[in-house]
Design a protein around this ligand. Structure first.
Ligand code: 6PG
Length: 249
């Protein structure tokens, strides 16, 4: 494992996806203990896709399962597919099955995106209202936001060339993704960038070309939306594996 300290962010390079999962579980635990000790609670927005699954499974086992203050941890999501919560594609279902159903988190601490609503923009608005009510502020400030990155450079459900990239006055947006011929609900870049900590989890060589563009390429967030992630005040950490890092200078 090696860490690179750059001007606005850090890159932690793990040997492989297994080490990445363990190290990210450790980071989650450190932040959860720190914030619950200091502020009495820890608020985290989870990412979807496949990469976080291994981390969830590690957190659902000891030493983390017994040690973490689950009653003071509040769970949210960065994005969701427009399917019911029991659908195989649901990010909520993936987190529930691999972590939340296995640790003593009160259900009232879990705030999923109501993405099954056919009125997609209403689903996004309801989620935004839930966040404003919970945080008691116009813009939510998560203690931690986990993000993934697709081979096309998308993050959350901020896909290249899509409308949500330009949703500057919103916390959450319904976003039509042509290549999937389907809608997604996503936090906007501004809502994500208001977080105290943002951690990207990126593994696998299929991500190496776009990771190089996102980190070292010219600024072009329309093509590489992950470039929109620049915390206003918080810390940004890229946790990647050697395969994803292969093309970085
Ligand atoms: C989703 C995600 C998405 C994901 C990336 C990476 O709902 O799909 O939130 O942004 O993080 O697509 O997905 P993998 O981890 O499966 O590569």
């Amino acid at each position: 494992m090696r860490i690179l300290h750059l001007s606005n962010y850090e890159i932690l390079i793990c040997a492989d996806a297994g080490e990445l999962a363990l190290e990210s579980a450790r980071r989650f635990a450190e932040l959860a203990e720190g914030f619950t000790n200091d502020a009495g609670r820890f608020t985290v927005a989870l990412s979807g896709g496949s990469t976080p699954k291994a981390m969830f499974r590690i957190l659902a086992e000891n030493p983390f399962a017994d040690a973490l203050p689950w009653r003071s941890i509040y769970f949210f999501w960065g994005d969701e597919r427009c399917v019911p919560p029991d659908h195989p594609d649901s990010n909520y279902r993936m987190a529930w099955e691999n972590l939340l159903s296995k640790v003593p988190v009160p259900t009232e601490n879990i705030f999923r995106i109501p993405a099954e609503d056919d009125d997609h923009q209403r689903a996004a608005d309801v989620y935004a209202e839930t966040l404003q009510k919970f945080f008691g502020e116009e813009w939510p400030r998560f203690d931690l936001v986990f993000l993934g990155m697709g081979p096309d450079g998308h993050t959350a459900s901020l896909f290249p060339g899509t409308a949500a990239l330009h949703a500057r006055d919103r916390i959450a947006a319904a976003n039509y993704v042509e290549k999937f011929q389907s809608w997604r609900i996503t936090l906007t870049a501004d809502a994500i960038n208001n977080a105290r900590n943002i951690i990207f989890l990126v593994a696998g060589q299929d991500k190496a070309p776009s990771l190089k563009e996102v980190i070292e390429g010219p600024r072009n967030p329309e093509l590489y939306p992950s470039q929109l992630i620049e915390p206003h005040y918080g810390a940004l950490l890229w946790m990647i594996d050697e395969a994803a890092a292969a093309l970085l200078k």
